[in-house]
Design a protein around this ligand. Structure first.
Ligand SMILES: NC(=O)c1ccc[n+]([C@@H]2O[C@H](COP(=O)([O-])OP(=O)(O)OC[C@H]3O[C@@H](n4cnc5c(N)ncnc54)[C@H](O)[C@@H]3O)[C@@H](O)[C@H]2O)c1
Length: 416
């Protein structure tokens, strides 16, 4: 009797928790930089959204109304959609069961040989297959190796699931995802017309401009987009090193080249081309093309070689071994708190054994080895900008040499 009532009680609890998790849209990897802004944007359109994520800490923090990373405008929206019961996060796969639409944002990282780990997305999805049903629409949203959409569709069919499978790549820039989701055109592709149509219907809630492609073209369009940016940055960085080697000011040249001259308007400035996407996606594209992608590999050598170049130049210019170096900005881009694949860390590794002491600062990070900005500015003999955060742009720089590839230090005491 007692056993029976305990079981009934448990079933009751499970039913209630299943009820609590019911939402029209479920996002796998929903507490990440892509999944969370997308979930918030859809919830702001009145959809019920549940973010399923394996990171329990992020899930808890987000459910309590605190964004796990910086994204413009997201803090307020998160609180609003939580209050309206339109959005919540969970580590429970059960959340996928009743959703009409499942969006997957789990990525395809590259391994130590720079080859894409194709098994990651497949494992993430197939480990949830027992929660899927054939009426659902599955949208792949992360950047994927060409052919993945069709491959996933086939793998699901093997599991007896004839779901609609679509690929709709995310193209936002990190830090302003929420703003860009509704301002960028959305590329939509599906394994079937029905999958494409259902995905298009969803994204029409966010943006009026839907661009339709077949899956392989959409997969390539996303990889080409990121690779295009990576190669463009490499061109600027290579020109930067060339100009410096000849004692010329790259930024004076840049200004001259771009002033009232339409054909050079897309020419980027120099700086660290880092973060979790650009290099990885250039290497994915290379792997797809049997590693016959000289331009992509050349871009990698230039961009990844920039920290070494700076350290070499500093060694030529100074008695670096006897100097205290202050490194400002550790995250991978300006005003972000994301350190993934940040080249400032590569710079830190290379500087440390070659200088007397290395002091580091970042306004968006907290760590034992970081020091206060005032201390760094006072104690350092030479300064180097790793990430061009706004706070540095507004800084009254001390009268010390500054290595500034980003060109943010106004005073002309820069040495690069
Ligand atoms: N960061 C960007 O601005 C951006 C822009 C466009 C495209 N992308 C692409 O989107 C993908 C995701 O990038 P991101 O920056 O959001 O990564 P992220 O690490 O911020 O987010 C991924 C989330 O997925 C979760 N996760 C991992 N495996 C899981 C699993 N098996 N089940 C459930 N949750 C799981 C993680 O805990 C994490 O919260 C990548 O392919 C990336 O290239 C990123």
């Amino acid at each position: 009797m007692l056993r029976g009532s305990i079981i009934t009680g448990l079933v009751d609890i499970m039913d209630k928790s299943a009820e609590k998790l019911k939402a029209e849209i479920a996002i796998i990897g929903g507490c990440g930089h892509v999944g969370l802004p997308l979930g918030l944007a859809l919830a702001s359109q009145g959809k019920t959204v549940v973010a399923f994520d394996i990171d329990a800490q992020k899930v808890e923090q987000t459910n309590q109304g605190t964004m796990p990373f910086r994204d413009r405008g997201a803090d307020e929206l998160l609180k609003t959609v939580l209050d309206k019961n339109l959005f919540r996060c969970t580590t429970d796969r059960l959340a996928l069961k009743d959703a009409k639409i499942i969006i997957s944002v789990t990525g395809t990282p590259v391994d130590e040989h720079l080859n894409p780990r194709l098994e990651n997305i497949q494992n993430a999805l197939l480990s949830c297959a027992d929660m899927f049903n054939s009426d659902q629409l599955l949208i792949l949203r992360s950047t994927i190796y060409p052919g993945t959409t069709k491959h996933i569709e086939k793998e699901l069919i093997k599991q007896g699931l004839s779901m609609d499978v679509a690929f709709c790549p995310e193209r936002v820039a990190e830090g302003c995802a929420l703003e860009e989701i509704t301002s960028l055109p959305q590329i939509v592709s599906g394994c079937t017309k029905q999958a494409e149509e259902r995905a298009a219907e969803l994204f029409k809630l966010l943006t009026p401009e839907i661009i339709r492609l077949d899956p392989i073209s959409a997969e390539l369009a996303k990889l080409f987009t990121n690779t295009w940016r990576y190669v463009q940055f490499a061109v600027a960085n290579q020109f930067f090193t060339m100009a410096n080697d000849y004692g010329a000011d790259f930024y004076a040249i840049h200004a001259a080249m771009t002033q009232n001259y339409e054909r050079t308007q897309g020419f980027p400035k120099a700086g660290f081309a880092a973060g979790p996407c650009l290099l990885k996606d250039t290497m994915q594209l290379s792997a797809f093309h049997n590693n016959n992608f000289f331009l992509g590999h050349a871009a990698m050598l230039v961009n990844e070689g920039l920290p070494n170049y700076l350290v070499n130049r500093m060694q030529e210019m100074f008695e670096l071994n006897e100097m205290r170096v202050g490194l400002l900005g550790m995250t991978f881009k300006a005003d972000s708190d994301d350190i993934r694949d940040s080249l400032s860390f590569k710079l830190r590794r290379q500087l440390r054994p070659n200088c007397k002491e290395l002091l580091c600062h970042d306004p968006y990070l907290q760590n034992d080895w970081l020091c206060a900005l005032e201390d760094l500015l006072e104690k350092s003999d030479v300064l180097i900008v790793g990430a061009p955060h706004q706070v540095y742009k507004e800084l009254k720089w001390p009268d010390k040499p500054i290595i500034d590839i980003w060109n943010i230090a106004e005073q002309r005491i820069k040495v690069l």
